[in-house]
Write a protein that binds this ligand. Structure first.
Ligand code: PEP
Length: 231
């Protein structure tokens, strides 16, 4: 099965770099096989060229007096099809709670956006991982319809650290998640790169990957996409 590949650029790349990035990826036949999540500013640069694009978060409000916020409706209106919600950096620095994440997901679903819900345990929570992710999933999704939800399991200690989770563990967690949310698609995220993608892509229990650092360089990201979609 072809894997789902999502690139999270975080707060990287400026206007010229984004234009060059797009020129670079367009040289490769597989470039439309990934969803690119740049800063809000650059979403139209991708959508206008018919390249799958998503946002890195949205507001939990629909519209109105929320200075500096960007709504689900607004990202949809500039061509985003996906949105990452609950990334650990937002939970950590933005103090996002499961309740707020739930409200954001609700807004995204109203606009028919596909939601990439990020969950994962901190290093000190490894022993109680199952419990931690169960609470994150249940409190973030509650009774919402699940068809447009993709769950990105990202152990926080593996994000941007070069430490990749052991493959047997990845399989186990994915099955646990699929048990909690029946039939859900599960992505793995955490230090995926062009070197480890070959072996990670063989894990059948995983439906794809959420990639941070390695998505910022177009050549590196394309290598990853190519391996993941042609295996
Ligand atoms: C991420 O931020 O979602 C992520 C997986 O980052 P990295 O690939 O750099 O570990």
């Amino acid at each position: 099965m072809e894997k789902i590949i999502v690139g999270n650029f975080k707060m990287n790349l400026e206007k010229e770099e984004i234009s060059n990035y797009i020129k670079q990826i367009q040289k490769n036949r597989y470039y439309k096989k990934a969803v690119y999540c740049p800063s809000f500013l650059y979403i139209p640069y991708f959508s206008e060229k018919d390249i799958p694009v998503g946002a890195q978060t949205i507001s939990s409000y629909n519209e109105g007096a929320h200075t500096g916020e960007i709504s689900a409706k607004q990202i949809k209106s500039v061509g985003a099809s996906h949105v990452i919600i609950g990334h650990s950096e937002r939970r950590n620095y933005g103090k996002e709670t499961n309740e707020e994440i739930y409200l954001k997901i609700k807004e995204a679903l109203k606009e028919n956006l596909k939601v990439i819900l990020c969950i994962g345990e901190k290093e000190e929570e490894i022993e109680k991982r199952k419990e931690v992710i169960k609470v994150q999933i249940e409190e973030s999704l509650k009774d919402l319809p699940k068809e447009n939800i993709i769950i990105a399991y990202e152990p926080i200690w593996a994000i941007g650290t070069g430490k990749v989770m052991n493959q047997e563990e990845i399989k186990k967690v994915s099955l646990t998640i699929k048990n909690i949310v029946k039939e859900s698609k599960v992505l793995y995220g955490g230090s995926v790169n062009e070197k480890n993608i070959k072996s990670l892509a063989k894990i059948e229990e995983i439906d794809g990957f959420l990639i941070g650092g390695a998505s910022i360089n177009p050549e590196v990201f394309l290598k990853i996409i190519e391996v993941a979609v042609t295996m």
